[in-house]
Ligand binder design. Sequence first.
Ligand code: GLU
Length: 460
Amino acid sequence: MPIVKEVNTTETQFARDYVNEVFETVKKRNQNENEFLQAVKEVFESLIPILAKEPQYISQGILERIVEPERIISFRVPWVDDKGNVKVNRGFRVQYNSAIGPYKGGLRFHPSVNASIIKFLGFEQIFKNALTGQPIGGGKGGSDFDPKGKSDGEIMRFTQSFMTELCNYIGPDKDVPAGDIGVGSREIGYMFGQYKRLRGGYEAGVLTGKGVGYGGSLVRTEATGYGTVYFVEEMLKDKGRSFKDSTVVVSGSGNVSIYAMEKAMELGAKVVACSDSSGYIYDEKGINLETVKQLKEVERKRIKEYVEIHPHAKYVEEFSGIWSIPCDIALPCATQNEIDENSAKTLVSNGVVAVGEGANMPSTLEAISVFQENNVLFGPAKAANAGGVSVSALEMAQNSARLSWSFEEVDAKLKDIMKNIYKESMEAAENYNAPGNLVLGANIAGFKKVADAMISQGVV
Ligand code: GLU
């Protein structure tokens, strides 16, 4: 199942052999890190056309260098729960690539977090961040801490302990973390407070996703979800379609999902389903977003409570069953590998027109092939969900300038950035013989910026 259809020339064969050789080394060095290897494979395959055309990337050893993180930090996070028990979690920060700016990327708190997950996310972040056109390098971090069911006090003690170690490695010009799954404005607030206390100074630009009252940017909360919809809107526009009157399924019910639903609805779509890690809700009248926001953002409850308030809706306790609901547009906004080959086939047979990835790597490699073979418009995560980190970069800019922009101003900048990412990715796909293939286009466009900067800066 090749994602990239190749033209078979000597140069292409040489590039393919080189990619395979580097990938073998990556496999040997990172055994059993399946998510990481999946992310690398997707990028490497996409790069064959550019490596065939521009051999300096091979002679400069860019693939060997880009795939190896500049630094990986792993640390102990001890904390005390409400009953007085001592708990220990593992913390990570992968400082992946700083060729075009300080390391930038979120922190994920979820029991599934391990080196493979953080490395896949960090690797993706390099190309995503480059695509935004902002001066930010790639990084990612997190912990296997499970925030589910924890009290506010436990969350605070854990995040303070996490930051007590992390603060040794970050800074506004060095590495700027933000949120991801399990890390929202509450956690960022506690971490910012602890960082400030440890450093004894107000370095606003050290974290993004802060509250708007203390250095945060308007639209940061909405940015990933809105950005995904802006990106899909561009894909649809090219085919003479739009969100108006289409049926949309959005997985997840966290920050990305909620604001993707909000923007899709604003553009006239009917969103009929969303989910959490236990199951999904289907509301054929259209999801009531106020209820979802109240349940998830305020009460921190499970999505199944929705049917208590709206009894006509249906709750099904099967996470991936959501993809069997017929829809025109699917926005996977939950987590990695949530759409496998079977789910992709079901979506296709139900007539899906476009898929936009709000989460990071939500489609397996096999699922992506299914979409591409069936001419489904496919917006890969690196491009489609880059809105979040884009507004993070705008938050850093506002912090440096000590000012704050209006909602309209930031939203307009976000829209421009998403349009530009779409345009650049489409152009790269066109230039490298794969018109319309946004997986290839986004990977090549992001790679080129980072690789050129790496060449300029010598072998470091
Ligand atoms: N975690 C988000 C992402 O996957 C945002 C990162 C950030 O704002 O730094 O891009």
